[in-house]
Write a protein that binds this ligand. Structure first.
Ligand SMILES: Cc1ncc(COP(=O)(O)O)c(C=O)c1O
Length: 390
């Protein structure tokens, strides 16, 4: 595990590095890519060995026999999250955007409202709209620079036409690890308004010391009949290109409806994804994640100290994820001017706040899962790009 190793990802079909110039006007030649949520690190050696074994064998036929994969998921959820998952509850989708899309298809109808706690991971709104459903944006409240749910406000926004809530837990982009009390309150909100709850827990392994993620299934066991939980190896172990996700459904009726849509769409597993995931969910993978979080903690401290030293900029304290959410509203600059300074002056490609929905205006999201020297370089460049404020 050498998280300090600089790996040149250009020319490797990396969306993060090979598309940054097209999308953000920042060339990889002199720029730093800090957008999209994948890491500039190699996965743990156990994953690499699984891929090498497949390559050495050299025959790439259809996948079969998912026992090792299901055992590995069961082991991981039990050991890392204290959650007992029955293998029959698990569906494998082509990632969790795909899993979310199938949930929308299976459990809602065109025109239905789907509730998002915004700002939130941008793909949710994109697929809701593409599926002909309505995005219902429930803005998170801000208190002392952290996001909080705002149920009193949201209760008044419900019209009876909403069918689903998609929760991001831990939260991207705010970095919150929702407390057991907050999770319970989300579940009660779904009960009050008769909503299916899709709990996207893709970031649940990327939690910093001092915080503890609780799976929704344990925070509110009584909502099993309306709960879909989504988890993945891809964010945790940096294997997003494998496009493999776990959709976990305990309720037999919801499960039958989900299975029907999977069958109708002809979705079957990708052999690489299955074997990488099975290898990752292991004691070796667990030790790697622990080391990763210690490293990311160092990056988080360095980045936050530098950003918070710039008057008017503030990095939300991350409890989880490697996605720093920087509030630029205090500079008084228009969002375009903020982005211009970061992209044109500092030469850093970042995600723009408004793409995360209501409440994202004036924010930028920085991916800090890169070798520390790059985070330090980004910090210096930001200080220079905003030096007139010092
Ligand atoms: C909350 C959340 N869900 C899903 C995804 C992507 O999932 P996948 O790559 O499995 O489609 C991301 C990626 O950043 C994410 O932040």
């Amino acid at each position: 595990m050498d998280f300090d190793e600089i790996i040149d990802r250009t020319g490797s079909h990396s969306v993060k590095w090979d598309m940054m110039e097209t999308l953000y006007g920042v060339s990889p030649a002199d720029g730093i890519s800090m957008w999209v949520a994948d890491m500039d690190f190699r996965p743990p050696a156990c994953v690499q060995r699984a891929v090498e074994a497949m390559a050495a064998h050299g025959v790439y036929g259809y996948f079969g026999d998912d026992r090792a994969y299901l055992d590995a998921i069961g082991w991981w959820m039990r050991n890392r999250h204290g959650w007992q998952v029955d293998p029959s509850w698990v569906f494998t989708t082509h990632g969790l955007v795909n899993g979310t899309a199938i949930c929308i298809d299976a459990f809602t109808a065109p025109g239905d409202g789907i509730v998002l706690m915004t700002p939130v991971y941008h793909a949710f709104a994109r697929i809701i709209k593409a599926a002909g459903r309505r995005v219902v944006e429930c803005p998170l409240a801000e208190q002392d620079g952290r996001y909080l749910p705002d149920f009193d406000h949201w209760d008044g926004m419900m019209t009876g036409q909403e069918r689903m809530l998609i929760l991001c837990s831990p939260h991207n982009p705010g970095g919150r690890v929702w407390t057991p009390g907050e999770l319970r309150a989300v579940a009660d909100f779904c009960l009050r308004h008769d909503l299916i709850l899709v709990s996207d827990e893709i970031h649940h392994d990327l939690v910093f010391a001092g915080h503890r993620h609780q799976v929704m299934a344990l925070a509110a066991p009584d909502i099993a009949s309306r709960l879909v939980t989504m988890t993945a190896t891809t964010k945790t172990f940096n294997i997003a290109g494998a496009h493999v996700g776990n959709v976990i459904i305990a309720d037999p009726d919801l499960r039958a409806r989900f299975a029907q849509r999977m069958a109708a769409l002809g979705i079957s597993p990708n052999s690489f994804g299955m074997q990488m995931a099975a290898a990752a969910y292991s004691p070796e993978g667990a030790a790697w994640v622990d080391a990763l979080m210690t490293y990311l903690d160092g990056n988080r401290r360095l980045f936050d100290a530098a950003v918070n030293a710039i008057p008017g900029l503030r990095s939300m304290p991350l409890e989880a994820t490697y996605l720093a959410w920087v509030d630029g509203r205090g500079t008084g600059m228009a969002p375009d001017e903020l982005a211009r300074r970061v992209e044109r002056d500092a030469r850093i490609a970042v995600n723009h706040g408004p793409t995360f929905g209501a409440g994202g205006e004036g924010f930028l999201r920085f991916n800090i899962a890169t070798p520390r020297v790059r985070v330090a370089e980004a910090a210096d460049r930001l200080a220079r790009a905003f030096r007139d404020l010092q």
